[in-house]
Design a binder for this molecule. Sequence first.
Ligand SMILES: O=C(O)[C@H](O)[C@@H](O)[C@H](O)[C@H](O)COP(=O)(O)O
Length: 255
Amino acid sequence: MVKLQRFAESNALVHEFGKYILEKQDSALAGNSHAVFNIAISGGSMNKVLYEGLVNDKDTFPHIKWPQWRIFFCDERLVPFEDPLSNYGQFKKTVLDPLVHKGDQLNLGPTVYTINQSLIGGGETANKKIAEEYASLLPASFDLVLLGCGDDGHTCSLFPGEEFNYLVEEMTRKVVWCYNSPKPPSNRITITLPVIADAKNVCFLARGSSKKDIMHDVLIIKNSELPSVLVNEMIGTRVTWFLDDAAGALIPQDC
Ligand SMILES: O=C(O)[C@H](O)[C@@H](O)[C@H](O)[C@H](O)COP(=O)(O)O
């Protein structure tokens, strides 16, 4: 059974989301100054919430041990980092740069693992190599995986529908090339379900009324053709959903 965290107020959601991440950092680093916190993050609206909940939040910010963070991307679009579609590019702009330059000194930031940009545009062989190389960088397991959920029920770049079965059915490789994403750009890489299943904690973030129908399908109907539902089914007790009232409008309060 997944855990639901629901919020009427956006600031409260962002603050509690930051606190949740901090709690997972603290358990990963507990009592060991050499330990690292391995976290995988998603793209889209997640970056803004990470900035607000971790960098711009005066309660959480002082407790985040950034130099001990190892940040990976749940999925990445195969475009140069300066392209507005790049997940790393957006993360750098929205979270990393403001973090490093916050206050009157340069702060030490996290270690961030990107795809090999030099291979972008190299066709099928290069795209497969990007996925393979990225897989070789991943930790044995993540302390925390932060996921979004698309209006169609996708998570990472694991999309629902027969033509994308090769993505959700991958049980051996940790990262695969997605060559036909219905959401631009069509070429991406994504972590696979076994990587998510191995994570110590998984947290979804869904905000806004455009998510209300899919939240109903995922959390009430539990349509197992949806990749987000597959995550809930695989490791429900380790999964927390953060929802605002707009996204959770069709979910009964006692759920
Ligand atoms: O790179 C991507 O496309 C994302 O990682 C993707 O899986 C995202 O998390 C969902 O599409 C939800 O995005 P929003 O939160 O912006 O709706």
